[in-house]
Design a protein around this ligand. Structure first.
Ligand code: BES
Ligand code: ZN
Length: 602
């Protein structure tokens, strides 16, 4: 395979990336927790390869104070009119030989990427906390940059903050606080802006093996290290599949519960929700997922957000391969079954919502924010498509192809079209029968699911169904009592999500009395139960649901719970009451979604 480069067309960035190359950023920043702002300078090393007279960067809600070129030469700049989706383009006058552009600026307390937590939102309750989430197009709210996945740069940073806090970034990181409150960072491999990340607070570190470890608030770090003890094995397994891990260290930071995602693949430092710490390692497939992004996404990167399935579909496929090596085929088939079940539900829901086009792998984002099409489709349909290819060409050949693919396209952009070409050239090779089975068009450019598709089968789930059926028909909890003592989190999820919606309230109470789902320490089980509780109006669970919604800001849990409430007028009223208390604890990613779910905005 020989690397081909693709033209970068990105409707979500104003950046003039085809004229000016950004190669390196030096970011010098002061974090101000009192005003919830960052005062910073971004010094860009550029190559004005076409002699452009302007550098155009993306910004959102930034106050630009001053811009200079090279050795402090003044220049002119203009912040253009704000676009509701894209923010404001920053036009800076440059010259054919300009090498350096330094922008002094300040972020807004409302910066969409940043969440400033008060001490009450942390485990320690004493110190404030800052976390960022840049993907997809929010890096521009804290760094003026060409904010599209097709632009890559290296960076160094110097961050100054309160002396009793520590900062970490998607870069080489400190492991201890220092007396100065100044930290230096370096990311020597070129990354796109959506992987720029920072967290700061009362943070401690504990190693897990030689090249990995975990950051968390001091009271959580030990439990986190125990939960994630399989990380070194995951890295070994991942490398055995698709080649060396190229980012040096792999650490995870466990953030406060308001972090809006389960995990985010910030290079060298995965950002993770504490809701995956179940105490029994049952939810660590999420770490395998973020680790897998070190290849699919962080090395080979979707060229723009319409190709997002290339990042996530490959990563789910890779995640399941890691979990198969770590826990066995039956375990990964349970994950695949849950993913398949979720996929059928999502396709139905999105189609019913009148957006069947959003169930294609390659989506059309014209005039839309990338988050508008966020769903399980790029993940679970992308996974199933790749599994379909694997099943038709054979695992060995497919693995060989993927390994070469990650190696050849490392630190490069990938488009859906180029990927299709590579499949044709290296795997299909003119074999018409195979082409029909792989069915690129049906999977990638057609709504829904091709009629012929792999169906994951888990014998564990099949057995569980028999038990569950007799429980439902008899109403006798003792039928599942003994067997369920050995159930994994995945089995519980399968059990709960396949209970009939009209399960009577006596059975709900009986289940809860036996298994205490309402107070489950496993967030996946609790969230599935809460959905059912709202559907069945099982009021006993409502105080716990309220507490959960106020404490946890992970959108994947919030959306189904609030949506379920919103289905009835009484439920909606209750949800709005809870939301008034909960909303201030959420990151913009979550409150922007829930505002819509509750009909508070268009
Ligand atoms: N990169 C995503 C999170 C993301 C996607 C953030 C799009 C912003 C825009 C991350 O890798 C992810 O997929 N996280 C999942 C977990 C995973 C196991 C499916 C999540 O947060 O739930
Ligand atoms: Zn992902």
């Amino acid at each position: 395979m020989e690397a081909q480069s693709v033209d970068i067309i990105d409707i979500h960035s104003f950046g003039n990336m085809n004229d000016v190359v950004l190669s390196h950023l030096f970011w010098d920043a002061q974090l101000n927790f009192d005003s919830r702002t960052i005062e910073a300078s971004a010094a860009w090393t550029i190559d004005n390869k076409n002699g452009a007279d302007k550098l155009i960067l993306d910004t959102e809600n930034l106050t630009i104070k001053n811009v200079t070129l090279d050795k402090g030469h003044k220049t002119t700049f203009e912040l253009m009119e704000a676009d509701p989706v894209l923010g404001r383009a920053l036009h800076i006058q440059i010259y054919p030989d300009t090498k350096n552009v330094v922008i002094e600026y300040e972020t807004s307390p409302e910066a969409s990427a940043l969440q400033w937590l008060n001490p009450q939102q942390t485990a320690g309750k004493v110190h404030p906390f800052l976390l960022s989430q840049s993907q997809a197009i929010m890096a521009r709210s804290w760094i003026p940059c060409m904010d599209g996945p097709g632009v890559r740069f290296t960076y160094d940073a110097k961050v100054t903050l309160d002396k009793d806090l520590m900062a970490v970034m998607s870069a080489s990181n400190p492991t201890k606080k220092n007396d100065e409150g100044v930290y230096n960072f370096s990311m020597k491999q070129a990354i796109p802006s959506y992987l720029m990340a920072i967290a700061a607070g009362d943070i401690a570190f504990q190693g897990i093996g030689k090249n990995s470890g975990v950051y968390a608030e001091p009271s959580l770090v030990e439990a986190a290290a125990a939960e994630f003890e399989d990380i070194p094995q995951m890295i070994t397994d991942a490398e055995s599949l698709y080649g060396p891990y190229t980012w040096d260290r792999y650490d995870v930071i466990v953030l406060p519960p308001s972090f809006p995602f389960g995990g985010m693949e910030n290079p060298r430092l995965t950002f993770a929700t504490p809701t995956i710490i179940a105490g029994d390692k049952s939810l660590v497939a999420l770490v395998a997922h973020e680790l897998a992004h070190s290849w699919s996404g962080n090395l080979v990167t979707n060229s723009n957000w319409e190709d997002f399935w290339l990042n996530e579909g490959f990563t789910v496929y890779f995640e399941q391969r890691i979990m198969e090596l770590l826990r066995g085929r039956e375990y990964s088939e349970m994950l695949a079954s849950l993913s398949y079940q979720g996929l059928l539900g999502e396709i139905a829901a999105i189609t019913e919502d009148g957006r069947p086009g959003d169930t294609r792998l390659k989506v059309n984002l014209d005039g839309r924010h990338p988050d508008d099409t966020f769903s399980g489709i790029p993940y679970d349909k992308g996974y199933l498509f790749l599994r379909n290819v694997e099943e038709h060409v054979g695992r060995e050949r497919f693995d060989g192809f993927l390994k070469t693919y990650f190696n050849t396209y490392a630190f490069k952009s990938m488009t859906t079209e180029l990927f299709e070409e590579l499949l044709e050239e290296h795997l299909i090779q003119g074999d018409e029968e195979l082409a029909e089975k792989i069915n690129l068009k049906g999977w990638i450019h057609t709504a829904g699911l091709p009629e012929s598709h792999p169906i994951p089968v888990s014998s564990t789930f099949t057995e569980l169904e028999t038990l569950s059926d007799s429980f439902i028909s008899s109403g006798d909890v003792s039928i599942i009592k003994d067997a369920s003592e050995k159930w994994s989190s995945q089995e519980w999820q399968y059990f709960l999500t396949n209970l009939p919606d009209d399960l009577n309230l006596n059975l709900m109470s009986a289940l809860d009395a036996e298994f205490n789902f309402t107070n489950s320490g496993n967030s996946e089980i609790a969230a599935d139960w809460y959905e059912l509780a709202i559907k069945r109006n099982y009021e006993e669970a409502f105080p716990a649901i309220e507490e959960f919604l106020i404490r946890v800001g992970r959108r994947k849990f919030l959306t189904p719970i609030y949506s379920e409430f919103a289905k009835t007028p009484g439920g909606l009223a209750r949800a709005i009451q809870i939301y008034e208390k909960a909303r201030p604890n959420y990151h913009s990613v979550s409150y922007n979604t829930i505002d819509k779910v509750l009909g508070l905005v268009e």
